[in-house]
Ligand binder design. Structure first.
Ligand code: 13P
Ligand code: SF4
Length: 376
């Protein structure tokens, strides 16, 4: 099958996270009045507006967020503000979709740049996942399998999980979601991040690597390889966290005596096993808040967050785990010009870049999201 190539910012694929062109007139990035313009637009919109900012957003954007958080906290926050008419989501497409699903029909969710997708979410398309499910049916095991998808997936993958009795999870509750899943069925199809699935299963739930099998949609495993495996891991990964290597951990330990290595569970298994602490972005922040003054930390997550944490805790020695710079390029698409453009358009009564999920998809995705929000 030929896979079309979409050039970021120039073409659109409504069934994926791939971005599209900005439909409006963006202010120039060099405009020195941008901060003031964003402030004024926010003031004019008052309580009608609620701005959510993921921890990986740029400083220039995060300063305007009413709430910052990881994807779990932001989903909860989006659901908790029924009075706000506009939710401006400074994050990526799948997060804005979840916000649309969790908010009331009256509320409108805006993503300042539609090109802010997620390469990991793109690694599991609806058709591929449907095909995988058919393969599980052909192998005679579909009745024993429950699908769990990481929040970092498109709404139709979440809906797929909802329809098949499954749930969503985030990096803060993956263990609880898997415990619940194994109370329902014998096997889990974990989408789309193989690393979060493997790390949670092996490091937090006592499974072995042999309990896991990798499911590549391009080269699916044979039926006998799928049978009896507790974790069927979709072959997806985060292009940012996937860059950290076991050598980066060894290297920082050589360079910084006594360093604590703190990484996100989207990192590869060999990185996570060498680290001292593993957890979601909220966990990483809490860990550094509680750290002793003078202690040293090498952090393996997105660079905007690590830089901010280094500034926030000057009494602690906080550095980036890798030597090379590694921002999430799609998170970085949301910049001040796009935010100003989105906010000023709202002031004029024009809702730009609205993210909507169709009713059927939203219903089933909400079923999967609600199962997550109800986890003990
Ligand atoms: P969390 O926000 O769940 O920590 O996920 C990290 C991430 O990669 C978001 O895109
Ligand atoms: Fe996707 Fe990784 Fe970027 Fe998060 S950090 S939005 S998972 S590519």
């Amino acid at each position: 099958m030929a896979i079309p190539l979409y050039i970021l910012g120039q073409e659109t694929d409504p069934h994926s996270e791939k971005g599209v062109d900005c439909p409006g007139e963006l202010p120039a990035a060099s405009d020195p009045g941008l901060v003031e313009r964003a402030r004024k637009a926010k003031e004019a919109l008052g309580d009608r507006l609620f701005v959510l900012g993921h921890h990986y957003q740029r400083d220039e954007v995060i300063q305007f967020a009413d709430v910052t958080g990881d994807s779990f906290k932001l989903a909860q926050q989006a659901a908790a503000r029924p009075e706000a008419e506009y939710i401006v989501f400074c994050g990526v497409h799948f997060m804005a979709e979840s916000a649309d699903i969790l908010t009331t029909p009256r509320q409108k969710v805006v993503l300042p740049d539609l090109a802010a997708g997620c390469s990991m979410a793109d690694m599991a398309t609806f058709d591929q996942v449907e095909e995988a499910w058919e393969a599980l049916e052909d192998a005679g095991i579909a009745d024993d399998v429950i699908p769990i998808t990481y929040m970092n997936s498109s709404a139709d993958i979440k809906a797929f999980c909802g329809r098949h009795g499954g749930a969503v999870c985030t990096s803060s509750n993956a263990k609880r979601a898997l415990e619940w899943a194994f109370s329902q069925k014998k096997q889990v199809l974990f989408l789309p991040d193989q690393h979060l699935g493997r790390n949670t299963a092996v490091l937090e739930m006592g499974m072995s690597l042999d309990d896991c099998v990798l499911y590549s949609p391009h080269r699916p495993p044979k039926a006998e390889e799928l049978r009896g495996r507790k974790m069927i891991l979709w072959k997806g990964h985060c292009s940012v966290h996937g860059r950290f290597t076991a050598e980066s951990v060894d290297d920082v330990r050589r360079r910084v005596p006594g360093v604590n290595v703190l990484v996100h569970p989207e990192c590869r298994h060999e990185v996570v096993t060498k680290a001292d602490h593993v957890g979601s972005t909220e966990y990483i922040i809490r860990k550094l808040e509680a750290a002793e003054p003078g202690s040293s930390w090498a952090v393996g997550t997105e660079l905007n967050l690590v830089k901010r944490l280094a500034q926030q805790f000057p009494d602690k020695n906080v550095s980036f785990l890798d030597k090379t710079v590694c921002y999430c390029s799609t998170m970085n698409r949301i910049d001040l010009p796009h935010l100003v453009w989105a906010l000023e358009s709202l002031v004029l009564g024009e809702v730009v870049n609205q993210i909507t999920v169709d009713d059927d998809t939203a219903h089933w995705a909400r079923v999967a999201l609600d199962r997550m929000l109800a986890l003990p």
